[in-house]
Write a protein that binds this ligand. Sequence first.
Ligand SMILES: [Zn+2]
Length: 129
Amino acid sequence: MRVVIREVLNVGGFFAGETVTLAAQRWPDGGPEQTVTIDDAALTNVIARHLLAPGMILELQFAGDRVEQATLLGAPDYAALRAAWRQPPIRPTPTPRVLSFRCPACKVWVAATGDPPVCAVCGAAAPQS
Ligand SMILES: [Zn+2]
């Protein structure tokens, strides 16, 4: 399930458990807000759970009621994406590569994949600079 974070309700510390609780809405279709609690260990590519912020897009995989995996797909701006996203190792290439861009279809900053680069979320081509 893909969701957009509307609000970060609570970032659990040591005593509350290593979790982050969000108000989230299905993305891109919308619908009612729901409260989602994510365990720190379920975050696959986020540097730290306190870096999650409103407007970010997450892919959630549930095991029953529990979020088993949460993957950051996009962020409302470049700075937020760069701050929160743990990138996979980058293979050196002879030419500059696009690693992220603002997807015109998703309307958020997303990871790029492939060459020529396309949006990792929807597959739209990166705008030519
Ligand atoms: Zn896209």
